[in-house]
Design a protein around this ligand. Structure first.
Ligand code: AMP
Length: 555
């Protein structure tokens, strides 16, 4: 049985390593030695700062405030002093560690923490709801801190906040699993895209090796990573690359993956969250118009008086947990399906034009459930017409797909291209903010943004956005971000990274001012992308590519 101290000591070692190769090698060595399957599962998730896979509906529901309170109870150190520690270290984990080193409270009863005991406590915490649950969580957390060593407290806190600061992202864990059991990275990657659970992938790799991973199949009601699109360079280019192109409208809504077995229906969002309960009318439509045993891929859009409503409305529906029926009237939804991944117990490893036939055979179109129209052509004029029609109908543009391509989960490749009218925006993680001046002094009115290094998972700042917000936006955003404040430095507030903003900008420049080495010129807030997780934000690589492409355009 693995103790939490062993885990924390390991984290402490790798925290100092910056080479991704070495990180993967060290992690491989560490996980290979874990005998117990459950411990292996948990360690893999914990190293990435996750307690559950993304599609699991459970969450700890512990914010910064509860941690402050629990630490105060466990150490006897007052809140003000703890706040000072957080400011000094810039890291709530380190602050908790120091608080434990200096605790004034006498500890009577200390229990050795293990990976298993922590898992059990986490599961209990995430099952607590309703009145009194906050109090119980604080008590449980305080007990944890009472039993924890200072080093354990550092990583416990960071784990609870999903911010391990180890520089270990999915890519490194994937490579470590491959290395630990001598399996190719591609095989591990594929298993991950299908299960969305690296813990599970590690356990199968350990027990059944490469063959086990290859046997992993798409399963109904377990979400699969969605295939993604790249930006089209132009229509002519696409025709040259693909020959014939399957052209569809690009609907401006929110992605859904529907798993329907004839009895049970589960709908997942782009973030692989279970959104079935929020979409009763879509559920009804699928149940009555789709043949069972399929996984469908599509886009839900909001429509009023025949016109698509802005994309934010769809997200409001997705977020809604209570009084869903009121929202059904306010924001009516329809769904367009454009792909199928699984049919009658089989993963569909067929090209798009074959999948399309299955799609048409399983769906009976209705007013609210449609198959995205598709034109297959090599004529640029025809493609342009579809694109213009889409814009006229109030949609975003067109998707150009290779009719001979397979559905590759999680892949952002050349087989799906998006053609949009507007300039490419960036989706960036909000890491800090600043209180406004004068009339806006009660509002957080500027936000600092970061992109992600998708190998290490580290966040790197690229700029600040302070325009594009309405006062209403700022009110809403301030409410949203307040619970995420880890500490304040004068007017500046540092957030737990949780939300993604879409921002437009005039230009990307090289700049030493921000960690990424790039800076956005005239950034403007477009919208909150709360359909996107932090690890889906734009990467430093994309920023660099956009930077380079500016010269292409200017030349
Ligand atoms: P983007 O979010 O800009 O990378 O564009 C890709 C997204 O467009 C997908 O994730 C879908 O949510 C959405 N989309 C809208 N219409 C289609 C379509 N016909 N085929 C594929 N994706 C579509």
């Amino acid at each position: 049985m693995l103790t939490f101290e062993e885990f924390a000591s390991f984290c402490n070692i790798i925290e100092k390593i910056s080479s991704t190769l070495e990180l993967a090698a060290r992690i491989a060595e560490f996980i290979r030695k874990i005998e117990d399957d459950d411990d292996l599962y948990d360690v893999v998730l914990f190293l990435m700062g996750k307690v559950y896979p993304p599609w699991d509906e459970r969450e700890l529901g512990v914010g910064v405030g509860l941690i402050y309170e629990a630490i105060r109870i466990a150490t006897g150190i007052n809140k003000q002093k703890i706040e000072e520690l957080v400011k000094e270290t810039g890291d709530l984990g380190k602050a908790c560690e120091i608080a434990l080193e200096n605790k004034t409270q006498l500890t009577l009863f200390q229990e050795e923490l293990t990976i298993k005991s922590i898992r059990q406590i986490f599961d209990t915490m995430s099952s607590l709801v309703g009145e009194g649950s906050q109090k119980k969580k604080i008590r449980m957390l305080a007990d944890l801190f009472i039993s924890a060593s200072p080093l354990e407290a550092r990583y416990l806190t960071r784990l609870i906040l999903s911010e391990m600061r180890l520089g270990v992202g999915e890519g490194i864990i994937r490579d470590a699993i491959a290395k630990a059991w001598a399996i190719s990275v591609e095989v591990v990657e594929r298993a991950y895209m299908i299960t969305n659970d690296l813990g599970k992938v590690a356990v199968v790799a350990k027990n059944e090796g490469k063959e086990g991973l290859e046997k992993i199949k798409i399963e109904l009601h377990v979400p699969v990573r969605m295939m993604l699109a790249q930006v089209a360079e132009g229509i002519e280019d696409a025709v040259r690359e693909m020959g014939k192109v399957a052209v569809e409208w690009k609907f401006d809504g929110s992605r859904v993956q529907a798993h329907w077995d004839g009895e049970k229906l589960t709908i997942f969002s782009r973030r692989l969250e279970n959104v079935t309960k929020a979409l009763p009318e879509i559920v009804g439509e699928i149940k009555s118009n789709v043949k069972g045993n399929v996984i469908l891929d599509g886009e839900v859009i909001a429509v009023k008086n025949g016109k698509p409503m802005p994309f934010q409305h769809v997200l409001r529906r997705f977020r809604r947990k209570y009084d869903v029926s009121k929202m059904v009237e306010k924001i009516p939804l329809i769904v367009y399906f454009f792909d199928v991944l699984y049919y009658n117990g089989e993963t569909i490893d067929y090209p798009l034009y074959e999948r399309r036939k299955i799609l048409e055979s399983v769906i009976n179109e209705s007013e609210k459930l449609k198959i995205a129209k598709q034109v297959i052509t090599n004529n640029p004029k025809e493609i342009e017409k579809v694109y213009n029609d889409a814009l006229k109908a109030g949609h975003e543009g067109a998707m150009l797909k290779n009719p001979n391509s397979l559905y590759i989960p999680g892949k952002r490749g050349k087989n799906w291209l998006k053609l949009k009218a507007v300039m490419e925006t960036l989706d960036l993680i909000v890491v800090a903010g600043e209180w406004g001046e004068g009339k806006r002094s009660h509002l957080i009115s500027s936000y600092e943004l970061a992109c992600i290094d998708d190998v290490t998972g580290k966040l790197q700042t690229v700029g600040k956005v302070a325009t594009g917000f309405t006062d209403e936006d700022l009110e809403e955003l301030t409410e949203l971000f307040k619970p995420l404040i880890e500490y304040e430095e004068g007017k500046r507030v540092i957030f737990q990274p949780k939300y993604v903003f879409e921002v437009a900008y005039q230009e990307i420049q090289k700049s030493p001012k921000y960690e990424s080495g790039y800076a956005l010129r005239f950034p403007r807030f477009v919208r909150l992308r709360d359909d996107k997780d932090v690890d889906e934000a734009d990467t430093i690589e994309r920023v660099a590519r956009l930077y380079e492409s500016q010269f292409g355009k200017k030349a």
